[in-house]
Ligand binder design. Structure first.
Ligand code: NAP
Length: 326
């Protein structure tokens, strides 16, 4: 049984804890929060008698857990993940693992010093069966292009419009549409089509300097892919992948329920059933890799993360979006 510690006490951490428990491979044993009451409430809400911490150094030094799930604001991920590895903990860190590819150096050094440890970015969608089904398609059919969409009106946007600065809409915390939602599409594009030869991001910049929405254009030798992302409007457009005259239509790349394959003969549904909690597959994958010492799985996912964040950093910087900790 993996003993789980958590950082960040918002709803996503409860969802991960529920998913992790459902695999039968984890128990919640340590909770870090900046405030004792919040840590206690999180433990109570999640029916746990986990040890509570309000000091991050004490948390990492504690022998109470083997793996930490990090769901703090984006800008803190890389530093906390590095500190965790240096303290001898395995790491599951929410997307984006880094907000600048330069931060990967610290993670690499920590991993070199602790080669027995594991680190995974919680890019939950790539572990799902339907994501793999699309991969199988793109790797066995000639591709002529694609448009992938993930635009969701943020639950924090009304507060932003009212003059407040929620973390996810600030450069201080590494926010914006690309880092928050676009990252799912970049993961999909690189997994399904490979690394593009050229990439260009056209964002709409908000008053805080982050991108509220944007279109990321990816050029491949024989086709182009457009990624449409945003947090200031709600899109109901499906995504499409073209293969000559045939089309694969996906309802939502970040959480695929439907995959319709339309040819001259009609439309076939290629999707399998999706788990109710979309974090179950990743939690199971991470536990299996850690429990079996599967460093090949670790390294292949880390390599993919590096490709994703190399591209994300490049297009963000080219678009003139600067983060406080760049
Ligand atoms: N995989 C998914 O489907 C999914 C969905 C949603 C979010 N996420 C990811 O999860 C992470 C957290 O997202 P969120 O929306 O929950 O972020 P958030 O509300 O801004 O912050 C998350 C947690 O970090 C702590 N925190 C907040 N502000 C802080 C500050 N100024 N300094 C230090 N700690 C602070 C809080 O925990 P305490 O008060 O307990 O310290 C809070 O619960 C993000 O990286 C996001 O990308 C993933």
């Amino acid at each position: 049984m993996l003993r789980l510690g958590i950082i960040g006490t918002n709803w996503i951490t409860s969802q991960f804890v529920e998913a992790a428990r459902s695999t039968g491979e984890y128990e919640l044993t340590a909770v870090y929060s900046r405030r004792e009451e919040t840590a206690k409430k999180f433990a109570d809400d999640n029916r746990s008698d986990a040890r509570l911490f309000t000091d991050l150094d004490e948390f990492f030094a504690a022998p109470d857990f083997d793996v930490v799930y990090i769901a703090s604001p984006n800008s803190m991920h890389a530093q906390q993940a590095t500190q965790a590895l240096n303290a001898g903990k395995n790491v599951i860190v929410e997307k984006p693992m880094v907000t600048n590819i330069n931060q990967m150096a610290g993670i690499d050094t920590a991993l070199k010093n602790h080669p027995e440890l594991f680190i995974f970015e919680a890019a939950r969608h790539i572990y799902e069966d339907n994501f793999q089904r699309v991969s199988d398609f793109t790797h066995t059919h000639p591709i002529s292009g694609a448009t992938l969409t993930y635009m969701k009106y943020s639950s924090r946007y009304d507060a932003f419009l009212a003059g407040k600065d929620p973390n996810v809409f600030t450069t201080k915390f590494g926010g914006g549409a690309l880092e928050d939602l676009g990252v799912y599409l970049v993961y999909a594009a690189i997994s399904w089509f490979g690394v593009p030869v050229k990439a260009n991001y056209s964002p709409q910049i908000l008053r805080t300097g982050v991108d509220g929405s944007g279109v990321l254009h990816l050029d491949y030798p024989d086709f182009a892919v457009n990624l449409v992302t945003g947090k200031t409007t709600q899109s109901y457009l499906p995504s499409e992948i073209y293969s000559g005259r045939d089309t694969l239509t996906i309802d939502a790349p970040e959480s695929i329920q439907r995959i319709d394959y339309t040819t001259g003969d009609g439309t076939a549904d290629l999707a399998g059933k999706q788990d109710k909690n979309p974090m179950v597959r990743e939690a199971a994958y991470f536990a299996k890799a850690i429990n079996t010492g599967d460093t090949v799985a670790r390294d292949s996912k880390l390599l993919l993360a590096k490709k994703v964040h190399t591209l994300m950093t490049q297009v963000r910087k080219d678009a003139g979006i600067d983060f406080a900790n760049d």
